[in-house]
Ligand binder design. Structure first.
Ligand code: KG4
Ligand code: ZN
Length: 359
């Protein structure tokens, strides 16, 4: 039994300001509090996250989020064993806001501070909720990221494949935009798709003709745009059924690609568990396809509850605890990183989407 550790986590790398208190005794962690303040309304008029607005909002809200997280956990700063903070990758202004806050708190309270890679936070979440043992395969699918990771230790990640352009959530959001559906688009596209015919439009399955686990979603988005424009030109607008069929066809293409690439990732890294994280993991059609792959390959499927799939600070607190247990602790000169690949040995990927530079 390891010595119990209680950490405050701070997350501010994109458009969610978050703070959480997590206690770890052994096995899974215990989330004592988790506060997330989204910024969707602040960016709504701009069609994407505006880095300066995001950074300013983080500065304004971090104090309150941290105070709320501590109060909900019934903890004071002096009850903590350390502070974990996202040090990258992400929008640099936001990352800096969280990092400066963490440094000030750690110095004032005399606590150790641990800088955490945001992607490690997502990738280690199955251990926080489930006590999942290494190794396992992680599929991270969000608005900013898309990668297959071989997870072999708290700091041992091997990237098996990733998107070479857009992340799938970004593609869902763009499809929603071109069909005049609200943002963030994923849930709306899913709802429309439920009443559509996935076979009416023949959309491409990008990169399935090439070996490996890399993915691409930008050509698929263009194909949907063309199909929409053809319908509009032919009949001066879209019918409700056109919209449903376009959404269904797009979603089926994303699900097909993710399922086949997951099969390949499992073949390259044959483990008994695959875990998912990221907002797109909320999509029922995609989840169902991944579950089918798991059934076929006799693999266990672990999907954290949605609140822990999307950005939050509990995952940062947990990843900080894992790093701290390995003896890591950062000083006041810790720097914020906009790019920070989990697998430093992997070749850099091309592309930088609306959520900033991809890892
Ligand atoms: O992980 P997340 O909350 O934030 C970051 O990307 O950092 O993911 C948000 C993304 C958005 O692009 C959103 O459209 C997508 O996840 N999303 C979905 C669904 N719910 C959220 N995509 C497809 N189907 C959904 N049900
Ligand atoms: Zn994230």
């Amino acid at each position: 039994m390891t010595h119990p550790l209680t950490f405050l986590g701070i997350e501010s790398s994109c458009d969610d300001t978050a703070a959480a208190v997590v206690r770890a005794t052994g096995g899974a962690g215990e989330i004592l509090s988790s506060v997330v303040r989204g910024q969707t309304a602040l960016h709504a008029d701009f069609g994407g996250v505006v880095p300066e607005i995001a950074a300013r909002a983080h500065v304004e809200r971090l104090d309150l989020c941290i105070a709320q997280a501590l109060a909900q956990a019934g903890a004071r700063l002096t009850d903590l064993d350390g502070i974990a903070v996202t040090a990258g990758p992400g929008l640099i202004g936001g990352v800096l806001s969280g990092l400066m806050t963490a440094k000030a708190l750690a110095a004032a309270a005399g606590l150790p501070m641990v800088g955490v890679n945001h992607l490690a936070g997502h990738a280690l979440t199955p251990r926080l909720i489930d006590g999942l043992e290494f190794p396992y395969l992680m599929l991270l699918v969000s608005g900013g990221h898309c990668q297959f990771l071989a997870v072999e230790g708290p700091e041992t990640f091997r990237r098996l494949g990733s998107t070479i352009d857009d992340a799938p959530g970004e593609a869902f959001d763009k499809i929603a935009k071109l069909l005049a559906l609200p943002q963030p688009g994923g849930p709306h596209v899913e709802r429309e798709a439920a009443g559509g015919d996935p076979r009416r439009f023949a959309f491409p399955r990008p990169l399935l003709d090439r070996p490996g686990c890399d993915l691409s979603f930008s050509g698929l988005k263009t194909a949907v745009l063309r199909a929409r424009d053809e319908r509009v030109a032919a009949q001066r607008g879209l019918t409700a059924q056109d919209r449903r069929d376009l959404c269904a066809g797009f979603q089926a293409a994303v699900a097909d690609v993710l399922a086949e690439k997951t099969r390949r990732a499992l073949a390259a890294f044959p483990v008994s568990t695959i875990a998912v994280a990221g907002g797109v993991a909320a999509n029922r059609a995609i989840r169902a396809r991944l579950e089918t792959v798991c059934d076929e390959t006799n693999t266990r499927f672990v999907a954290p509850p949605l609140a822990l799939c999307t950005d939050n600070a509990a995952m940062i607190a947990w990843a900080g605890i894992e790093r701290f247990r390995l003896g890591h602790c950062d000083g006041p000169n810790l720097t914020a990183r906009s790019r920070w690949p989990l697998d430093e040995g992997a070749a850099p990927v091309i592309g930088s989407g609306k959520r900033g530079a991809k890892a």
